[in-house]
Design a protein around this ligand. Structure first.
Ligand code: GAL
Length: 666
């Protein structure tokens, strides 16, 4: 874990975005810089997709464009987050090294003409990407405008796993490091099933598409390998930069959006955590999902400040229907990230493009130009972000956590699970939303992390739990913690293997029950619980072994059996819910657990309230997502308007305020 705490230089919240001067003639640059200054932009990410211009032929470099734009930005007092352009290798690279192309699971090599098309295990790619990273670092290490390095772009997108020959060879080596012998691998993967036993390492291939369900342990290990291969690409570039340049180094994660790389491992390798986030137009509560992504990013940053590297001023261009943000929505979105620890609020992109695949994507400077509402909102947001400067470096405390493990998600997504309706992501979002509605700020934790700071830990659909993580959860409860699991948790261990005895093998003693049989529901089927709640998707045949049944199934395949249970374990408590509760039913379950754990909650409200703690002072962020004024009860000084707020003043409908409140007792 890096000791860097923030971007060097000016001590201010960062505001800006991705800037693509290579798409524009010089006279537009002048306009861009004038407008950036008007909006208060103080950081731009450049060079992200410039490899073909910077190295027009292999080993021949041309830095004239970067030299000029970096100097111009510096003269305008705008800092630079300088990218390595390695997410999009040039045409010459793809022609010279056709075997470096990424290959999909069904064997299609990806063609030049897009981005993200190279195998992370290609030695040619590793050599070329570290070479351009080193050249850039050598040239710009001492440039006073360059305050941050941005390696690559969104590792894991658009593809995580490449099934090319280089990847297969690297996978075999990775397996030889993971397993001391083929016998060990055969045992771990359960290869006696369907006669899949291996007699030599080079019989092992990538898990290409096959006749029917592939070996799940094989696929899970290939996913682990692929995440690790991408991470090696990052650390190789990072180290190439570090050899020349002192500035902090980051890469933009997609925490909360893209499930493909294990960001717990990545977070330890960056100096500052940075994240990209886009709303999904399909979701009604997308402001809650935004908060989830922000809390997850802060958790990856281990509580340190982080950068929102990309979000959108309005519509994106890659969803089936790209919904524009309504007036005030961008402001609420941006400040909600800040509320949850972002000390940088950046956008994709500064100026909307005229050519290429992203020309319909929104931008700080939209196609409609300076006369537009969007531009006025962007300028106003720049002023808001500047007004937050006193809160720079302040932190967010959480007493409640949700367990989050990418490996468990990957495993649950494999073939042939007991029901296609099992959806870990949906369950995590549902539990998160229930906590959000009660005003509870949440950290995300790996299940093997130190949990001692939390009064309650929720684990919705934590399907795979490694033995060590199970021990950690057990110890947390034994020492007085409150755990709450949903169905289909603790079912398998490291290699998607079911531990001996009844389900849930990893949790039986903690939960004080066994599941004799899964009782998944039919499509659309609903079951009633004895307290009037309704369940979907799932039920279990539960035998209690010490736990108390709080509610039972009133009908359905599990009729009369326990549906919600509570068990005293050591000095703590473990709850279990055997079906998918929604809306107010889930709210009631979550509230019960919180009350049991002694966690303070607020009445359900549309006002999102998050406290950032500075020395002797709290910054109370209040974001009103509703259509009514609400959220009175906080008194202090609003950083955004510099006006005094009385306890009787509500937050206007759709509005935001950040109230500075002196904290008694430090
Ligand atoms: C991000 C990507 C950007 C841009 C943006 C559009 O995922 O990093 O380069 O494509 O999406 O929303």
């Amino acid at each position: 874990m890096s000791t860097v705490t923030w971007i060097p230089g000016r001590q201010t919240i960062r505001f800006g975005g991705d800037y693509n001067p290579e798409q524009w003639p010089r006279e537009v640059w002048d306009d861009d810089i004038r407008l950036m200054r008007e909006a208060g932009v103080n950081l731009v990410s450049i060079g992200i997709f410039s490899w073909a211009l910077l190295e027009p032929q292999e080993g021949t470099y041309d830095f004239s464009l970067l030299d000029e734009i970096i100097d111009r930005l510096h003269a305008a007092d705008i800092d630079v987050d300088l990218a390595t352009p390695t997410a999009s290798p040039p045409a010459w690279f793809c022609r010279a090294y056709p075997h470096a192309r990424a290959v999909t699971r069904d064997g299609t090599p990806l063609a030049f003409g897009s981005r993200g098309i190279v195998s992370p295990s290609s030695p040619e790619y590793r050599r070329a990407s570290t070479a351009i990273a080193a050249k850039l670092a050598e040239r710009y290490a001492q440039h006073p405008a360059v305050v941050l390095w941005h390696v690559h772009n969104e590792y894991g997108a658009p593809i995580t796993e490449s099934y090319d020959e280089y990847s297969v060879a690297a996978f075999r080596l990775w397996l030889q490091r993971r397993y001391s012998s083929l016998d060990e691998l055969n045992a771990a993967w359960g290869t006696n099933f369907w006669g899949q036993r291996y007699g030599a390492w080079d019989e092992i291939d990538a898990p290409h598409r096959s006749g029917t369900a592939s070996n799940p342990a094989h696929r899970l290990d290939f996913h682990r390998f692929s995440s690790a291969a991408l991470l090696e690409c990052f650390t190789a570039e990072r180290d190439a930069i570090r050899a020349h340049a002192p500035q902090p180094i980051t890469t933009n994660f997609m925490a909360g959006m893209c499930p493909s790389v294990d960001l717990w491992k990545w977070a330890d390798e960056v100096d500052i955590v940075a994240n990209d986030h886009y709303l999904s137009a399909e979701q009604d509560d997308n402001h809650i999902q935004l908060s989830l992504a922000a809390d997850l990013t802060r958790s990856l940053a281990r509580g340190k400040p982080w950068i929102l590297m990309e979000h959108s001023t309005s519509a994106v261009n890659w969803q089936p229907r790209n919904i524009a943000k309504r007036p005030g929505e961008m402001r609420r979105n941006s400040l909600a990230h800040a509320a949850r620890g972002a000390d940088g609020v950046l956008f994709f992109q500064i100026r909307a493009g005229q050519r290429g695949a992203e020309k319909f994507h929104s931008a700080l400077i939209p196609q409609a130009g300076e006369a537009s509402r969007k531009w006025r909102e962007s300028v106003a947001l720049g002023a808001d972000v500047a007004a937050l400067t006193p809160a720079l470096g302040s932190t967010v405390d959480a007493r409640v956590a949700i367990a989050w493990d990418w490996e468990s998600f990957w495993a649950q997504d494999l073939d042939w699970r007991p029901s296609v309706d099992l959806d870990h992501r949906e369950r995590v979002e549902a539990f998160y939303a229930a906590l959000w509605r009660r005003g509870v700020t949440v950290d995300f934790v790996h299940p093997s992390a130190d949990l001692s700071a939390y009064d309650a830990v929720f684990a919705p659909s934590l399907y795979l739990i490694e033995d060590q993580a199970a021990e950690n959860l057990r110890e947390y409860a034994a020492q007085g913690g409150t755990l709450a699991f949903s169905y289909f948790s603790g079912i398998v261990s490291t290699n998607d293997n079911v531990p001996s005895g009844p389900y849930p093998g990893q949790l039986r003693d903690v939960l004080g029950l066994v599941v004799e049989e899964f009782l998944p529901l039919r499509a659309g089927e609903r079951v009633q619980l004895s307290d009037g709640s309704t369940g979907r998707v799932w039920s279990d045949d539960i035998q209690l072994q010490g736990a108390a049944a709080i509610t039972t199934f009133a009908d359905g395949p599990g009729v009369d059996g326990p549906a919600v249970t509570r068990n005293d374990f050591g000095r703590g408590t473990a709850w279990y819910v055997a079906t998918a509760l929604d809306g107010t039913d889930l709210d009631s379950f979550v509230l019960r657990v919180l009350e049991d754990a002694g966690v303070d909650t607020s009445p359900v409200s549309d006002v999102e309230t998050v406290v950032r703690r500075g020395p002797g002072v709290d910054y109370v962020f209040q974001i009103n997502h509703g259509a009514q004024d609400a959220g009175a009860g906080v008194a202090g000084q609003d950083l955004l308007t510099d006006q005094a707020i009385a306890a009787s003043d509500p937050v206007p409908a759709g509005g935001v305020r950040v109230v500075r409140v002196a904290r008694s007792g430090g």
